[in-house]
Design a protein around this ligand. Sequence first.
Ligand code: F6R
Length: 234
Amino acid sequence: MQITRCTSVAELNELSSEYIINDLNSRPKSLFCTATGNSPTGIYRLLADKKDLIDPNGLSLLKLDEWYNLPMDHPASCEYYLQQYMILPLGIADENYTGFNAMAKDPGAECKRINDFIAAKGPIDICVLGIGLNGHIGFNEPADFLQPHAHLTVLSETSLNHNMIKSSGVDMKYGLTLGVADILQSKKIILPVFGKNKKDIMDRLFEGKISSQLPASVLWLHRDVTVFYCENDS
Ligand code: F6R
């Protein structure tokens, strides 16, 4: 795990966006897996600002996770977020975007569709994650065991209290997420993290003890993870 400490969120966003652009431009076609939430927003804004440096036809996006049963056009959905920050600004065509359908009647079949997609088009070239206050990545929540592939999960209190969903007042119970093996298959992973509220979980992560109770700790098993970390809120 490579840890790059940043003194400001602006620096974190700049370094992360440069890292992503360099990686995308190192191959003709990339599968880019994207988390949503507060952590990557500034990075995605910079990618949009620098879109002339990115070939939208050389890029396929894969959504990391989604709130199950939240309409896809709901402003709190991961779908809405990605449309707003990535798909529209970067001009990603429909055929170059894949993500969980939150409204799928059969979540098992929906997860199989995503697993089949990864089997056919994977592995992911570059994956941007975020870490939850409880150490989750995607919606892989702390538990006695972790799941390797796309699955429906019961959301933790931490996820249900995330400002993205909490402020919308919608009652959620389940999430759809890639599993830890899907994430670990990525060629490169970046984890941007900032803010005082993340200090405790980052201290635990940096201890380097791998436990299913701290899902992000599986990142210690990967040979190309870069953490961009700023302890400050700005
Ligand atoms: C969202 C996701 C989550 C978040 C995590 C951190 O797509 O995968 O695991 O990355 O909850 O959220 P923020 O960045 O809002 O603190």
